[in-house]
Design a protein around this ligand. Structure first.
Ligand SMILES: [Mg+2]
Length: 193
């Protein structure tokens, strides 16, 4: 199978990394649970310091080396990779070296990584012929849906992606739950074969 994973908010603890950055640089933190959509995050940060979000997202991303993966991430992804599945990371980060170093430090095995603007991710997702893609940004999944790309899009539950929308994406609370879904589909395919 071809399985695609977003990095921040899916593999890496984005909210925690952001708060650590704010604490180190501005001696300030925000309540991540109050953020109900992605634009809230930007508004909240800009209300406190208009450069902070820009620095965090558009700076050199060196601080993202400190981002910790979710506890289940390495085990689950490496298991699927070792079984022979293709593992693709698709991220809107722009510092390729930092992202690759983060994955290496944390011991991730993967097939390839793609760096795409969040609104253009669907292009590579289509080309890779993914079976599954997991993402925390609702707008990205909506763009995949609107392009009619055939795959199972899964949203990784986060405070900033819970606003109601007409499309019922499969929502999971963890990568462990996402992997259970993959296992179910594998079982069905084995039965059909
Ligand atoms: Mg993300």
């Amino acid at each position: 199978m071809n399985i695609g994973y977003d990095l921040d908010g899916v593999i890496f603890k984005f909210g925690e990394a952001f708060n650590k950055y704010l604490l180190d640089k501005y001696n300030h933190t925000i309540d991540i649970t109050k953020i109900t959509e992605y634009s809230d995050l930007i508004r909240l940060i800009e209300g406190f310091n208009k450069d902070a979000m820009h620095d965090f997202l558009d700076g050199d991303e060196g601080h993202l080396l400190d981002a910790q993966p979710y506890e289940d991430a390495v085990g689950i992804i490496n298991k699927r990779f070792n079984e022979g599945h293709n593992i693709y990371f698709i991220t809107a980060r722009h510092n390729e070296d930092i992202a690759i170093e983060s994955l290496k430090r944390n011991g991730f095995s993967y097939t390839d990584i793609y760096f795409m603007h969040a609104d253009s991710k669907y292009e590579v997702i289509k080309d890779l012929d993914l079976d599954f893609y997991i993402e925390d940004r609702l707008e990205t999944l909506i763009s995949i849906h609107e392009k009619g790309i055939k795959l199972i899009p899964v949203i990784r539950d986060q405070p900033w992606n819970r606003k109601s929308h007409p499309i019922n994406f499969v929502r999971v609370k963890s990568l462990t739950d996402f992997d259970r879904l993959i296992e179910k589909i594998l079982e069905i395919r084995r039965e059909v074969d």
